[in-house]
Each structure stands twice: as structure tokens, then as C-alpha cells.
Design a protein around this ligand. Sequence first.
Ligand code: GLC
Length: 659
Amino acid sequence: MISRYDFSLKFNSGAVVKEIPFSTAKVPYFAVKKAEEIQFSLQMSNNCKIYGLGENVRGINKRGHLYISNNTDDPTITEDRVSLYASHNFLIINNVKEMFGLFFDTPNKVKYDLGYSDIDEINISSPLGFELYVIEGKSELDIIKQFRELIGKSYLPPYYSFGVGQSRWGYSCKDDILRIINDYEKLDMPLDLIYMDIDCLDNFKDFTLNETFGNPKQFVDEVKSHNIYLVPIVDAALKVDDSYPVYTEGKKLGHYAFGKDGNPYVVGVWPGDSVLPDFFNEEASKWFASKYQFYLDIGITSFWNDMNEPVLFYTKDRVQSMLNLAADSRGKNLPLTEYHKVLNGFAGLQNNEDDYNYFFHHFNGEVVSHKYLHNYYSYYMVKETSNYLKENSGDEGFLLFSRSSCIGSHRYSGIWTGDNASWWEHLLLNFKMMPSLNMCGYLYSGADLGGFGKNSTEDLVLRWLAFGLFSPLLRNHSSCGTKLQEFCYLKRKDVFRNLLKIRYALMPYIYHSFVSARENNSLLFTPLNFVYKNDENVNEIEDELLFGDSLILAPIFQQNTNKRYVYLPENCMQITMKSDTDISCSKVEKGHHIINVNLDEVTFFLLEGHSIPLTKNAKNINDVKSKEINFINNEDKSLFKEIFVPKGKSFELKKVELK
Ligand code: GLC
């Protein structure tokens, strides 16, 4: 049951798809205080557990930390971070005697103090208006299902987007892209998508390719002849440049966020001075979306949206006032407090929240300050982009995923989880974040495999791939200036080739499970304790997950070990794959185990009475579709009498015979 409470949300966010009448009753479970902020507080029992909040640091159980919904570009993702790139305001509180879900529907900040200031207390507050949904149900999965029905079905990406993706910030010309294709091909290593980061653009201008690409259509055709899809980046901000037609057209149409003087508000992003499309204005976001036609015309249908929190490396006004302050200080003997004003002032130019007060949008016929709408900026970007691509991208559908997100945009695009680092702990964070993202509607998601920032090591990439093989978005991406981590440039080429082929082998199961999770509003990655309710052993397990209905995943997250502890809540079959054809199976009993997983293999557990469909010898992601499906059965009672398979840009349920 869902109840909706009115706390003066000023602007409808667009998050929900069902109209629920407001309740006039008191909000249950919480003591509610209306001071400067509206505050909800609740005493936690010793065993209280909290789930949800989508993209955030720390564990699956969110108890014991502070989280603030405030879409932020901060690439230092350490455990003390309170805000990442997204605001996913859904959480489940299991306070032993009572369990319920909460959704704070708002584009504004929400602060979740979950036993951080007071170890026994939850305090949730928001400074501006919101609507609160309280969802009551018989289990976590029931609450999630109701919530997901409330917010609408998740984005369905095209089949090819489950292929293997290679990316790197630094590929900058036609030859870079062709070289990658060639280097993968000569090793017979799977590759389906290549990402084109900002250096592939003409001076960081959206909807362009730089001159090295010559005739872009010819280039795209050449890449396609290798069965590779190109995925250019589209940043939110547009370069201020009078010779850039997209910029001048948008300016003429008044489609940019504007300052107090009514002029386009100038901020700094990769091209330097830039303007922010006024995505809250439907006409402006539709106009921006229509610019994707440049890529559609040359045969590109896949995109990643970046810098859409939005990032403000600086605002022109603040730079000016800092330059003035510095000029005033010239030649003076500054007391340290004054000196720090200058120093911190320059350091505070980037993503200064105060700047949200100084620019405005057109929203539903009103002029609204960015500060009231911040967390939904990217929502309106991906919404209209997605609508446009749906209409215009042709037979295969389109791929769209974004860095910034909120609840609602899960209907229009996927996400990646931003600028992680090549740290073992970020592999574990990737794993733990997946169920939380799924709870909030994000099914097509993934992290930068191998780590974005810092130098990766080959064993980390191998272990990350062993988990990444199950991630709907499988993309090896790294920052400029870091050590090469492309699968084709690492030493154990045979191992990488074999592991990548396992992705194709698993695709029937991955795709079926993905579509089932979407259609049933359930999770693709499920914590064990959501399912095995009567087994105390699973209560705190956060390094194993159910994947789909039939598998348990338990990857290795540490360097220099092939061993790990696994608890199995039921009898399973352990399946170990070294390639798409080298597969061994053995029965493992319910209970505690130490398993051994070498760097050149992937292992997982098939539940009793279940089957997993597999293919072999596929050459690329589309080739999987034509391959025969075989099953490994753990006992002969199988759930897989019908599986979801791709059909055109959508899917169908296909009856399969078990052999
Ligand atoms: C941002 C993105 C990253 C991208 C870089 C350059 O940091 O998060 O993925 O490579 O910008 O475009």
C-alpha cells in the first residue's frame, strides 16, 4: 500500500507515473518536526537495516552514515562522500517490527542521517518542499515492486548495448579508433562498442566530430563493417562560439539558462566558456534533442550524456570577482585570513553551490531559480533526448546512458556510476551498488571497468572483468594520463579473450534476467537476505548477490588471493568457466565454503532446480542471437521453459525445449 503526503512540493519533478491521492493522516512511524527544515526522526532497533539510495558510497545496508541527495561532480569517491552524481531518494527501513519504504519526490536536497549523528537514530530532512510516499509491504521485494510500479518501467536498451565496450578519455582521432578495432581484431578478442570521448569532438563542441574523421559517414560505415557501434559523448553544456551554429541557434531561440540580466549564464566546462541548455523548458530540451540528428544521419545511434549535474568548473561572474579580489591584494602584506580568502576563493570556483542561486530556467511557464530544480536537470535532458531517439533512431533502437540521474530518468536512459578509481575497493563498491541502483529503477548500469582514475593493474582488470561479465553495461573506461588498461594491451591476452567470450555465452541468461527484472519490477542483483528470510547466515552478507532468479555470484574482491569464503543458502551447482566452451560443474552443498577462483576463470552457483541457458562460439554480440541455446541444469526441473529473447528493438518470450 502506498500513501502520499504533501509537504509543499513547489515543482512537480516528473518522477512518478501513478496518481495517488494525498493522505490527510499523520505520517506513520516518524516524529515529524516542522522547523526551518522538515525533519523526520525515528529510533532504530539494534537490528534495523536500511536499503536503497541508489548511487552512493558504502554498503548495501546504508545504516551508519550520512547521505545527501545533491547531484555533484566530485571524482574523489571515498567512503566519506555524502553525495555522488545522482539523487535516488528511495529507501527501505527494516526496523524489525516494522518495515516500509520511503520515497522523497523532490528536485531539492534531502539529507539522510542514518545513525551518523546519533548511532540509534534516523533523521531525514529537506529544506524545501517535497512529496513523501510511504510504501508498506510484506517484504523488501514487495516494497520495491510497488515503488517501481509507482515510478514506471525501466529503460530498455538495445540488445547490442550488452556487448563489450572499450573507452578511454584520450582517443582523439580516426586513427585512434581504427587502431583499437585492429588491435582487438588481430587478437580475435570480442569488441562491440567503442566510445568517443571529448577529444573526438571539434574543440569539445557537442554534435561534431573533429576534422581527422574526414567524411564522418564514410568513417562510421567503415567502423560498422567491423560490426562495431560508435558511442560519442554528449555533454550538457555548449561552447560559447559565434561560429558554432548549435550555439548561435540556441541563443537566438533563448534556449539557455539565464542570469538575472536575462542573458545566457556563462559557466566553464571542457570548452571553456559554455552555456547550459534550459532543459526544464520543454521547447529547449526538444530543440537540444533534435541536434542528435547530426549523429543519426551518419548512422550513430548510441550516446553517453556527461557533465549534466550540471558541472560548473567556474561561473564567469565568480571568476571575475575572484580576479578582482586578487588584483586588490596585489603588493599587499596580507594577514593569513585575507590570504586564505584569496586561496580558498579560487579553490571554491568549481561547482560552487552558491552559483545555483544566480541562474534561472523556464519551467511550466514560470521563471525558476536553478537551486529549486537542481537534481532534475539531467532528467529533462535525457527525457527529451530519449523521446527523440525513440522516434528517429531506426530498427535497432538506441543506447543512451547518463552520468547524472534521479528517479524518473530510469525510464529514459541507463547510467554509469561516474569517475571511480582503479582501486580494489571500487570493484567491491561497484558490486554493492548494483542492487541499490536496481531498487531505484536503474537496471542498465555499470561502473568504469578497471577503474577510471589512477593506474590499474592487470590482476584488478581481470577480477573486475570476472564481475563485469554480469554487468548490463560492460565498459572498460579510463582517464587520460593513466596506464593503458584496454584488454587488448594487457599481457594475458588469451585469458582476456576467453573471459570476454563468456559474456556472449551468458547473454541468453543475462538478457532474459534483465528483461524479467524490467517486466516484473524486480531486481537483477538481489541481496541474499531479501530472499532467504529464514536463514540467519545470510543476514549480513554483502559480497554475494543473487543474479537473476537462478545464480549466486561471489567474485574475488582482493588482490593476491584466489580464495574466498562463500555461504550458500541452498544446495547449488558450482559452474566454473574458463571460456565459452571450457566449463566445469560440481555439486556444492548448502553451507560454508572456501572456494578457489583463479585469475583466468569465472565461477558462480546455480540453484537447485534451476537451469542456465548458454551459447557458444558467438563472434560478436549480434551473433549470439543466431546461436543455439543449450542449458546446464541443476536437476531437471527447470524454470526456463520460456525465455525472453531479443526481437527487433524489443523482446519476445520464446518457448525453448530443454535437452
Ligand atoms: C568526465 C567523465 C569521464 C570522461 C571525462 C572526459 O570526467 O565522467 O567519463 O572521460 O569527463 O569527457
